[in-house]
Design a protein around this ligand. Sequence first.
Ligand code: ZN
Length: 664
Amino acid sequence: MTNYKLPILLILIALFCGCQKQQSSFQYNVDKFYDLEILRYDVPEFESLTLQQKSLLYCLSEAALWGRDILFDQNGRYNLRIRRACEELYLNKDKVQCTDQDWAAFEKYLKRVWFSNGIHHHYSEDKFLPEFDQSWFESACEQAGVEYDAAILPVMFDPNVMPKRMTAENGVDLVANSAGNYYGEGVTQAEAEKWYAAHKDDSPEPLWIGLNSQLVKNEKGEIEERVYKVGGLYGEALEEVVFWLKEALKYVENDAQRLAIEKMIAFNETGDLKLFNEYCIAWVKDLDSRVDYVNGFTETYSDPLGITGTWESMVNFKDLAATKRTQLISDNAQWFEDHSTTDPKYKKEEVKGVTAKVITAAILAGDCYPATPIGINLPNANWIRKEYGSKSVTIDNLMHAYNEAAKGNGFNEEFMIDDEIRAIYEQYGAICGDLHTDLHECVGHGSGKLMPGVTKDALKEHASTIEEARADLFGLYYLADPKLVELGLLPNMEAYKAGYYQQMMNGLMTQLVRIEPGKDIEEAHMRNRQLIANWCYAHANGEMEIIEREGKHYLQINDYEGVRRLYGELLAEIQRITSEGDYAAAKEMVETYAVKVNQDLHKEVLERYKKLNLAPYKGFVNPVYRVERNADGEISDVKLDFTEGYIEQHLRYSRDYSPLPSVN
Ligand code: ZN
């Protein structure tokens, strides 16, 4: 970048972004431990909300925080017992005689439990073991007078007990070998599948049977459903959620928003899945509100059978400036559909209901906290998406926090091949990242169609990986299209190179920093990224190569247009697999390119990465919303506080928002 451009850029940011005020003083970095870094996110434009909107946001954020315990319990039936024992011990430190080293190991363990909402790594899903002995823990608890259920000891300390939150291993009982609590003790995969098959709803507007329940075995050995609802499983937490959703009704912006919240309340009160469908439809139709939310049993990635929803919440409001950007993409959805490389018979004749907006996250909870998705695309039910559309959002303030926190950390200097690509990346990396996410969420997932008779679950355990690859490839293919320059979304035909280099480098090499030595890749998004990169690399004919310099390997891209052709070819094939429900081809594709790791390269990448002393996973602390009330008890102002630390926040949440019993 030449010098004169910098002041111009800053002026442009100042003019259009409106968020420059706090940039100099805002503390993005909060804490760092093990492979995790805790960041803080800013909430720009909060002051542009009306008091009514701020009040609504406050009530919804309370509804979000009250669900925290649910996720801990869904992630494992011992998690609440373990968290509570550890927290009580932590709060009684003064009664424990021990070395600083032991205490530090204990504190680190508790911080990891909070981060993972349980005892399994949030990403790898492997159980992490304390770096202190069981005998130390027992004696510390005794000194501190902490009582606990002895059953937690092997769960915490024995590596062979509940080693994985979710297993995706071939040929094993996925239910029996997963520590997640979506199925009760003794339930097998065959029994659960049989139950689901017997209760499957094949009507045109099907109920998502199993979305909000745990399957357990009763005394007679029969499978029974325990429904998540007020008065049912997790009722104590859902009661509080409902209370705050009812409070939120006092401040709704319009009738569409009111209807959606009313349906959500009724669903939580009854567990009736018909109401959930009605809620999804009402929520998708609410497009005009500035404040929006996700609250409930949502993504199904953590259930080994992909049916039951994991509790999450994210409260947010529309980022008006950035929403214009995705609106442009969404307005051109049909153009993108028509011009992609996929076979015409797999294209949608009419792409509709792709709404696109950029949001500012205001509170993260459940499965969105502390680690969080960078985009949301809901609802999940295909028939609702088809008939009523879906909402796609990208979350700019979180992306902004990642970028700000990563500045100057040495990563690109270590892994990018030369100054030229680093310069391109520095200039266009952020915009390419934003645009790729927008394309993925706004047009990628919504593109294409299934052939008659093919269902969403045809690709079974590979469905998520293939679906993410499809959306990613759609975005990558168009990132290099002159259309984006024409629409004013990219400044020139060089900018996309930043996105291409980043994708290939990440998929081939650098995302491996998140994998432990010797392990395979299991998470769907990571599998998708490696699938794309490995497939393109294997099919390349001079477009790119991996070059060795002084024992280090670097990606060199010789022909960016050629890389685009490869993305396009793979997109066509992935769409074919999806449209035809070609399970065998999906399996072959995933097993060949997505799962196995090049051991030598992995080792090298880990060593190079380690020297940078960075954390591969990031999560957030939330701001604190402080409400002021007038003499009549009505909300008179909502103020933001960004000073709370990671430990303080979790201890406060556990103290103030922990309604569930330890055993559910
Ligand atoms: Zn996606």
